[in-house]
Design a binder for this molecule. Sequence first.
Ligand code: BGC
Length: 869
Amino acid sequence: MSRFTAPTTPEISSREIRNMQRVRDLAVECMVLLKNDGTLPLTEAGKIALFGNGARATVKGGTGSGDVYVRETVSIEEGLEREGFTVTTKGWLDRQEAAARAEKEAYEQAMIDAALAAGQPKEAAQMMMMLQPMTPVALEKITEEDVGQADTDLAVYVLARNSGEGKDRSAEKGDYELSDHEKSALAFLAEKFDRLIVLLNIGGVIDTKPLREIEGINAVVLSGQMGNITGLTVADLLLGRGIPSGRLSDTWAEDYRDYPSSAGFSGNDGDVCDEYYTEGIFVGYRYFDTFNVSPAYPFGFGLGYTDFSMEPAEIKCEGDSLLVRVKVTNTGKTYAGKEVVQIYVSGPEDGGIRPYQELRGFAKTGLLSPGESETVSVCMKLESFAEYSEERAAWYLPAGEYIVRVGRHSRDTHVAAVLTLSQDVVTQKVRNLFSDPAGKVEEIRPGKDHYTAPCEAEEKAAAPKFVIDPAAFTAETAVYPDVPDVIEAAAPDHELTFDEVAQGKASLEAFISQLSDEELAYLMVGNSVDNVGFNSVLGAAAKTLPGAAGETTGKLEEKRGLKQMELCDGPAGLRLTPEYIEKEDGTAIGLGGMSAGDPDTAGIRHYQYCTAIPIAMMLASSWNLELIQEFGDIVGSEMEEFGATLWLAPGMNIHRNPLCGRNFEYYSEDPLLAGKCAAADTKGVQKHPGFGTTIKHFLANSQEDNRMFTNSHISEKAIREIYARNFQITVQESQPMSVMTSYNLVNGTHAANHEDSVTHLLRDEWGFGGMVMTDWLTTSDLSVSLSATSELKYQKSDAAVCVRAQNDLIEPGEKADFTRILEGLSEGVITRAHLERNAGNILTLMLRTHLYCSRSYNETVPGKCITFE
Ligand code: BGC
């Protein structure tokens, strides 16, 4: 029987139509209204003068492995036309298209020439394009004639930015800054048109000063990159078919230099090898508030079409929990809307190193009509207010006052309660795991001059007071078990197959004990083990599911009957080769995406068109966990259809700096928001029995330039409170099936080789029960040769040390990984016990996947909520 099961008819499927509609129904809620003088929503679809680099060349999501191959992408121009608008600036749009095309062709040719000049095959240009993505700058001048032809008083300007893995953005004009052309075009349009709406088709923060300074801009919307139907979602926004109720998931600074990491970020200081996280825990609003720097738009900010009042309805502090119930009323007269209740807590002010306030919970209302109210409840675990102390090697709640604040965004909160704790309480005792052989990174320290919310003193005096009972907490002490002994299970005489294990006829231990060292080593290495060079590179290394980025070994199939897990990228949907040809010899070649097979090859054509959903930054902007779960469900339904066992998503690294090229793939600067979003996404996917997520990139991966060889120097406190905290929340609340380590080094050790994080933090402290895999090619010589940096200070990670760290699966897997594991075994770097332990992780997971089981993973591995419900 053929293993290729994707449909063989080219017509659009009912699933595609259904999922695009589902995206459409949810998308506008994620958008953030930054300014509106009443121009939005429009009353009807009429004539529109459409300009800007994203009008026709709309960006649906970023580049690299985060790109999803779709049947069609509806540009904003097309979306507006389909929904009844008449776009009257075709002349300008045609000129712009020609200029952009010429720029793109020149860039692609330059990459091919560079690949050939470096003695690489032509295909290497694809990888180079990933490492040096194009920053399109071509923009046609808007003339008086264009304005004359527009024949309308309404202009929409679509400002787009694109970025992706392998390359950080720049703080320059045309990227973070608006280009001179964009600024003058906006000023010109503001003068010529009565109404000017600016749509930000972007995936990361930009400078908004010109948008706030140019007079005559009536509305500004972070409309984002919403997947393949972005154009339709914009039409819905303009026509008021959906109400934007998004809130920013990052602080948008007045000036790029206001971000505390800006001076040293990535190549800004000329050094892409060592990154010093000198701001420590002061990331995003934690910095802006504590160091009293005013942002352009605060974290959590977003407007609506109506106003809301917010009144605490009930506050209860009992035992180890705090309940805050808030009544929200739509006080407007015309429009319905949704409001986000954000709860921040300020820890005791005793000179300790802690932020002015931290987000500890949030809830979004349903759609409230004018006059309508809803009371939302947020129940928080007091333990989640704990901070990390390196001196104590513990999480603890310092004695003193905890001020609970309720509000709309980080700069608009009101004191709702004051909790007092009479003594320090240790909530978890652990080991320090993150010392840096290069010495402790020197961190900034806050002074007394933090931001203070207006009326704070009066509100504090009037607020209800509660006493936290120290006896309500039991300090847990983390246990770090040794590597288990080599299995001594009584195994039957015959060679066991994995089906016998799955059917309960043999134990997993017996099966593992029968595997030879070679079989175990194969299990630890992805199925690209026989491929060489670019076959295994291009994010489409799987043989069984064309376009999947990788798969587990096929080497144990014949003798042991072991099936393969298919690993497919995301996060903005499922990334598969859209079409492929199944050849007579039983293999397949991909067409499109990263695969450039010959379309005339004889065989059966299969079609795997998937849905591109909004980028993670926009999902987070919804602040609606149910909505994010629904997006996860959309992806999960497509995973089921195509047999994609693990989604290589969600991405969830912290937005440390706006210039990280992959911020669009990640949620937020805040670990609680990011952790909750990834948990919701995971729950949506893992509703589908046997299919799961791979949260990535663990750990401290905030930079793309020199991403495989950059060393993040970070304090233990900042790792635990910020960069690992998001992962902890997701692991403990949703038990994702898998975790992917990152390319970078953490305090001198490759994340892929970091036993302290992969074994001791993730598994021993947090109780992660799934599988860990590497990011692609982190152990490969190819990564060294493809590195954009000629002088490498640090080397690639080591496959044998991956095994020792309990990084179970090396992807996409190369012969050299297999050889190195066996070499490590003979050298004593690892023992058979390490191999068996990791095999146990991989095979236990496999038993819970669709390949062997029809139950939901979350039924078998329940999580525990550590933050709020
Ligand atoms: C990316 C990962 C991705 C993998 C497989 C890597 O380059 O960093 O996020 O999952 O490729 O395509």
